[in-house]
Write a protein that binds this ligand. Structure first.
Ligand code: G1P
Length: 293
């Protein structure tokens, strides 16, 4: 019997944001290239996707983001010098993010109309198949990774899957919030049916405190829902609103995420990610303790 559930092969990474919260650091470099320990932020999302078996990476970029393309390409001068000097370890690190040619695409979001619009900009490359979306600001650290867990659930249930996390009641207005239904048991653990979705509701209007944390597996029909370009919360085209339109027509489940999460779009989240990761590195941990006590 053939499996009717199409595999998730593609991921959309929206990276067109201006990074105003990190000015002046982000005046000339994209916020996605700010390092967290020894890697640019964007690399974590790409590694999470590759670990989940996703092969095709679609960046939705904007002006001044070209340096990201260089990060995922050969650096000929550097590689030549490292090779000549016998620095094989450094050479391997430099080349570790090179994918098979044609596996990385870039599409421009020419107008800043919000997350839903960014995802819609990738519609021609996504085509008629399910795809993942990851918001690189959200650095998620777990083994297996969040996307891997979601794909395992997707491979059993099909449809659409969103990762969620409980947030304090007063923070619902920062997130897409999920109204939950029945619990469903899968091989990898339980997940929950989605009954409704609201983008950034006030605490008094939130259906729960289960927040969307920037990892999605979506069916291609979401692109049709996005094409109506309805304006939602914050005057932007919201992915949450387009997903909400699909509830009732397609399967929709959440997977509750339990690992480490750092909002690297904020200074405190970015700083925390750096410190936590440094403390996990045996070499750096002691030196860091000596400095900060
Ligand atoms: C976006 C989404 C929101 C989600 C959040 C997670 O909002 O619109 O639903 O909860 O990411 O980080 P943003 O933070 O881009 O305003």
């Amino acid at each position: 019997m053939t499996n009717p559930i199409k595999p998730v092969r593609k991921i959309v990474l929206p990276v067109a944001g201006l990074g105003t919260r990190f000015l002046p650091a982000t005046k000339a470099i994209p916020k996605e290239m700010l390092p967290v320990l020894d890697r640019p932020l964007i690399q974590y999302a790409v590694e999470e996707a590759l670990d989940a078996g996703i092969q095709d990476i679609i960046f939705v970029t904007g002006r001044n983001k070209q340096v990201m393309e260089d990060h995922f390409d050969h650096a000929f001068e550097l590689e030549k010098i490292l090779l000549e000097r016998g620095k094989t370890e450094a050479l391997a690190i430099s080349q570790s993010m090179l994918q098979e040619e044609g596996r990385i695409s870039y599409v421009r979001q020419m107008n800043p109309h919000g997350l839903g619009h960014a995802v819609w900009c990738a519609r021609e490359i996504v085509g008629d198949e399910p795809f993942a979306v990851a918001l690189p600001d959200e650095l998620l650290q777990s083994k297996p990774g969040c996307l891997k867990k979601m794909i395992d659930v997707y491979n059993e249930l099909g449809g659409n899957i969103i990762a969620t996390l409980k947030v304090p009641d007063q923070e619902t207005s920062n997130y897409g919030i999920v109204a939950l239904g029945h619990t469903v048991q899968t091989t990898g653990g339980h997940c929950t049916e989605v009954k409704g979705l609201v983008e950034k509701p006030k605490p008094s209007e939130a259906p729960s405190n289960d927040a969307i944390i920037g990892r999605y597996i979506l069916q291609p029909e979401v692109m049709q829902a996005l094409s109506s370009k309805e304006i939602g919360a914050g005057g932007e085209i919201q992915l949450t609103d387009a997903m909400a339109k699909m509830i009732g027509h397609q399967a929709f489940h959440t997977v509750e995420y339990t690992g480490g999460r750092y909002d690297c779009g904020s200074k405190i989240g970015w700083l925390t990610a750096n410190i936590v990761m440094a403390m996990e590195d045996p070499e750096l941990a002691q030196k860091l303790k000596d400095v900060i006590g």
